[in-house]
Write a protein that binds this ligand. Structure first.
Ligand code: NAD
Length: 323
């Protein structure tokens, strides 16, 4: 099918003034997290994404032990466009060596990230997977350190990321208003798990921007299935496999339907999907375009929901016990 070309929708991100493309480019695959990716493929995927209107790129020093940041940096440089035409977020506090949310480490971390990304500033710096640190340290030490980085101009906005949704309310209830600009939630707004929805009114009331990552549930909602390390239960994996097979038999693609499901909620500023080939970029951009033109395929989504009923909103443990 010929790819439809219309403008990628931009959505406001909380009170930041940023306007993110509704499809965001998740760069964890550029760190070989889902299998090897050549430098050529990384550069051409980013180029195609930008050409199709994707202006938001997310990475972390943790992805591929800094490889993702380096690859994304090269690919963004190769675009040869003014810096203000794209929005970059990276993270701090989670590294191949482990977690460290101390003020000292995150302050050093941004300089390392900027060097790898070949940038003077990042738009968003996010504390990465805060459920693995002390949430009180995040509130009392990490966020204040990030506020200093904001004043220095190395970062424009501050975010927090994590899997359990309660970590967001814990932190946002305890920091001064406006101290946290953005949250990044993952695996909680897909056909199999839509629990983020309940938190959206709270986040809106605080003026906090919402990025929803992993619309394909880190590979569960794809025809090829998840990587070896995927933490889902065997039951959830096999239900998703059955849903993918159901779609395939009917000439439909579970990944496209899943993208469209996640993109439908406009209170989510950007749906961050991991991509490692021009083909995936084109498919995911086309999913957004087709959704804008024709709406959701409600019948197919209802059928997938029925197949996934017994595992709906099933998640997996993440993080340490907070004292
Ligand atoms: P995802 O749900 O986006 O799935 C990615 C997988 O799906 C990859 O294997 C990719 O190659 C494949 N894929 C992408 N488009 C496809 C298509 N059209 N058809 C078939 N397969 C397709 O999971 P993700 O990559 O983990 O999440 C997206 C991004 O969100 C990450 O790259 C990262 O930037 C961010 N993220 C952040 C956190 C965090 O901060 N804690 C957690 C998860 C994800």
């Amino acid at each position: 099918m010929a790819l439809l070309r219309t403008k990628m929708e931009l959505r406001p991100l909380g009170n930041t003034g940023l306007r993110l493309s509704c499809v965001g480019f998740g760069a964890s695959p550029l760190g070989n997290v889902f299998g090897p990716v050549s430098e050529n493929d990384a550069i051409s995927s980013v180029r195609e994404a930008f050409r199709l209107g994707i202006n938001f790129f997310d990475t972390s020093p943790y992805y591929g032990g800094t490889l993702s940041e380096k690859m994304l940096g090269k690919a963004l440089k190769a675009l040869e466009v003014p810096r203000n035409e794209y929005i970059v977020s990276t993270k701090c506090g989670r590294y191949a060596e482990g977690f460290d949310f101390s003020a000292e480490r995150v302050t050093k971390s941004i300089d390392e990230s900027l060097a790898r990304l070949q940038l003077d500033y990042v738009d968003i710096l996010q504390c990465h997977d805060i459920e693995f640190g002390s949430l009180d340290q995040i509130v009392n030490e990490t966020i204040p350190a990030l506020q200093k980085l904001k004043e220095s101009g190395k970062i424009r906005f501050i975010g927090i990321t994590g899997l359990p949704l309660e970590v967001f309310t814990y932190v946002l209830d305890r920091v001064p208003p406006g101290a946290v600009d953005v949250i990044l939630s993952y695996c909680h707004y897909s056909i199999n798990d839509s629990t983020l929805e309940d938190l959206l009114p709270y986040l809106k009331s605080k003026g906090v921007g919402v990025i929803s990552a992993s619309p394909l549930a880190m590979g569960l909602l794809t025809e090829t299935g998840p990587p070896e390390w995927h933490p889902a239960s065997p039951e959830l994996k096999s239900a998703c496999q059955a849903a993918a097979a159901y779609c395939k038999e009917r000439g439909k693609n579970i990944s496209k339907l899943s993208m469209q499901y996640s993109l439908s909620n406009k209170d989510i500023s950007s749906v961050l999907v991991g991509m490692n080939s021009v083909r995936q970029v084109e498919e995911n951009a086309a999913a957004a375009t087709e959704l804008a033109l024709f709406g959701n395929d409600r019948e197919a989504i209802a059928a997938i929901e029925a197949i996934l009923k017994s595992v709906k909103n099933q998640t997996w443990p993440s993080g340490i016990k907070q004292s």
